[in-house]
Design a protein. Structure first.
Length: 242
C-alpha cells in the first residue's frame, strides 16, 4: 500500500527543516532528517490502517526536501520536480516568513512530543465538516483545539458558572436558548468553544474557564469554519450588523 499523500502539517515541518539546513545536508543520513522522519511518523493525522505502515522514512523526507529545491527560485541548481501543488502553495505561502513557519513547526513538535496528549489526538475522529475547514497551523493543532473543547468536567464548570451568573444557558453569539425552545429536552444543552487562537496553543498549555465560550452548534460550526480569523466577538458583530 502506498503511503498517504503529504498533509499540511508534514509539509510545514519539512519546509522548516529545508530552511534550517544547507543543501549539502539534505541527505537521508543526516540526523536532522532522521529525526524529522521519526516526528512525522508520530503525527496523529492519518487513519489507523495508514499509521500502521512505516512511511515518511528518511529517504522520503530527503525526496521532499529535494522537491523544495525544484520549487525554490533562490536555489541555484536542480531538484526533484515531482512536487505536488500543495507543496508549491505552502512553499510560497511562507516565503519570507521563516519566523512564522518555525513557530508553527515548533507548535506541532511540542504537541506530538507529549505522548499522553498525542494518544488522545489519535482518538479524535475527523468530522465531516473538517474536510472544508483549513487552519493555517494544520490538523494537529486543530485537533488539539477540539480536545480542549471536550473536557467534560471543565465544560460543566463553565456551564454552572454561566448559569449562576445569568440564570440561563444561551449562546454567547446569537443568544439561542435550547431550554426556551425545547423545554426539558433542551435543558442544560450548549456547546463549548475554545476561544484561544490556534497560534497560541500547544501541548503544554492548559485550558481555563475564561478560555471557553458557550455557543450553539450553528455558531460553533461558523467559528470553526473561519477558525484562524473569526472570534466569538467578531461573529456576534456579524450577526448584529446584518
Amino acid at each position: 500500500m502506498r503511503p498517504p499523500r503529504w498533509q499540511r502539517d508534514e509539509i510545514i515541518l519539512a519546509l522548516d527543516l529545508y530552511h534550517s539546513i544547507e543543501p549539502r545536508e539534505m541527505d537521508n543520513r543526516n540526523p536532522k532528517v532522521i529525526e524529522l522522519s521519526e516526528i512525522l511518523n508520530k503525527l496523529p493525522i492519518h487513519k489507523e490502517r495508514e499509521v500502521n505502515l512505516k512511511f515518511r522514512n528518511p529517504n522520503g523526507v530527503g525526496l521532499k526536501l529535494s522537491n523544495f529545491r525544484a520549487i525554490d527560485p533562490d536555489f541555484d541548481g536542480k531538484g526533484m520536480s515531482s512536487y505536488s501543488i500543495r507543496d508549491k502553495e505552502i512553499f510560497f505561502e511562507f516565503r519570507g516568513k521563516n519566523d512564522e513557519l518555525k513557530s508553527i513547526a515548533n507548535q506541532i513538535k511540542s504537541t506530538v512530543s507529549n505522548q499522553k496528549i498525542n494518544i488522545k489526538l489519535y482518538q479524535i475522529q475527523d468530522d465531516e465538516d473538517d474536510e472544508t475547514y483549513s487552519a493555517k497551523e494544520g490538523k494537529v493543532i486543530y485537533k488539539l483545539h477540539k480536545l480542549r473543547e471536550r473536557d467534560n468536567k471543565l465544560n460543566q464548570k463553565k456551564k454552572d458558572l454561566y448559569f449562576e451568573k445569568y440564570g440561563k444557558l444561551d449562546c454567547e453569539v446569537c443568544k439561542f436558548d435550547f431550554y426556551d425552545t425545547y423545554g426539558e429536552l433542551g435543558k442544560g444543552f450548549i456547546e463549548a468553544h475554545h476561544r484561544i487562537p490556534l497560534s497560541k496553543i500547544d501541548g503544554e498549555t492548559t485550558t481555563k474557564l475564561k478560555d471557553l465560550a458557550l455557543v450553539c452548534p450553528n455558531c460553533h460550526r461558523m467559528l470553526h469554519k473561519a477558525i484562524d480569523t473569526l472570534s466569538v466577538a467578531e461573529l456576534k458583530k456579524k450577526i448584529n450588523g446584518r
